[in-house]
Design a protein around this ligand. Sequence first.
Ligand SMILES: [Zn+2]
Length: 208
Amino acid sequence: MALGDKVLWFGTKKKTSFGNVRLKHRELFFGNKAERKSLKTVEKAYAAVTATIAKISMGDATAAGGVRDAMQKYFKCQQKLTVMAKLELVQNGMKGGFAFKTDNTSRQRSINVFGDAPDEVDLTEGYVRGMDAGDIHVTRDYIMNNRFQAVRVLIHEATHKFAQTDDFDEQGYMEADGSDFREPGITSAQCLNNADSYAYFCMALGYT
Ligand SMILES: [Zn+2]
């Protein structure tokens, strides 16, 4: 994805409940609403990861049942400690501070830039370029209009950045509602390294 390579970004340093985050944007002045919604996305993502870790560690029978079902659905196995270890990397990585870009990688933006018809343009939900160093991008459409997906994409990208997860094409991406993988075939070993498995697992167990 080359969008964003040659444009100037502005940064706004913000305190969150867990640490500092740098919101990056293309406008000289970031609108209050966009800023508020970006911060909310970051806070909700951190909270979802934290609550999910808590549920995995909880001995309580009710939580255990939910965790077991979600493990089966998103990881096709019960290797909870592997999942928890990766989520702790994400949690610590977020706490350590990161840059969050609200990107205009929406259909509308792509149409404006390239003049392509809507159905020829892929919607880019988000991305992180390279592990560790890259900023996390999430499409502005989601940040402004779809908090569930904004939070899910942020967690997805954060697992790439902080826990070195991968994508497995259509076998690894999930349907928007998290009901199933888009195509069958992913193995449990792949699930344990699949960004969308972690994202939807956290959305199922920890997102409120
Ligand atoms: Zn990905």
